[in-house]
Design a binder for this molecule. Structure first.
Ligand code: GRF
Length: 205
């Protein structure tokens, strides 16, 4: 592999399958970047998976801090220390507070398992099912100060099937996300994603 051009830090809290898909895509040379560190807010499968791959890992639990603000500042400093070009929140189950968001605005993206602005929040898949939508999906967006709200970069649909439960639907959404997230990162490192206010333009080749 040649010299890695771009540096990504991935934030995880859960199984980390999207982090793994992204690292795999980098390994195949599909994204002109590498995952320089994986950071978690809790001990989780994703952190162990990153460790087994030989990626640099860090765990920063909010419990050690007096306030969410202080933890966010520590997280900001930790992540900044890896000098990332792009910070990827992929299944990070903690709200990123202003000190963090402001430090990385425009190079901080989040993956969310619904077609935003529908079903923002931590239970997007369950709520989409309960609402009875026929199509849901996944969104990659820039993170701003409001939860699941920032400028949308790319969205892909997933049909809801009769008989779906939260798990089967989420598995199909994740299968889609494993292609969607690396695709957005690929475009980002090609300099083809342009943020203009709330709108994002993806430059044709
Ligand atoms: C993904 O569905 C993502 O959209 C959501 O959390 C899930 C993370 O899955 N924010 P994993 O940890 O990457 O397997």
């Amino acid at each position: 592999m040649g010299v890695v051009a771009g540096r990504m830090v991935v934030l995880v809290s859960g199984s980390g399958s999207n982090m793994e898909a992204l690292a795999d895509a980098c390994g195949r040379g599909e994204v002109d970047a590498g995952v320089v560190a994986v950071v978690a807010d809790r001990d989780c499968v994703g952190l162990k998976a990153a460790d087994s791959r030989g990626l640099q890992i860090a765990l920063l639990e909010p419990a050690g801090f007096d306030s969410r603000e202080q933890w966010s500042e520590a997280l900001r400093d930790l992540v900044a220390g890896y000098e990332p070009d792009l910070v990827v929140s992929a299944g990070f189950m903690r709200i990123l507070a202003p000190p963090f968001v402001d430090a990385f605005y425009g190079r901080l993206i989040n993956l969310h398992p619904s077609l935003l602005p529908a079903f923002a929040g931590a239970h997007a898949v369950r709520e989409a099912l309960e609402y009875g939508v026929k199509v849901t999906g996944s969104t990659v967006h820039f993170v701003d100060r409001q939860v699941d709200h920032g400028p949308i970069i790319m969205q892909k649909p997933v049909p809801v099937r009769a008989g779906d439960d939260e798990e089967t639907l989420h598995q199909r959404i994740k299968a889609l996300e494993h292609r969607l997230l690396p695709e957005v990162c690929r475009l980002w490192f090609q300099g083809r994603i342009h943020l203009q206010g709330r709108r994002v333009e993806i430059q044709e080749r």
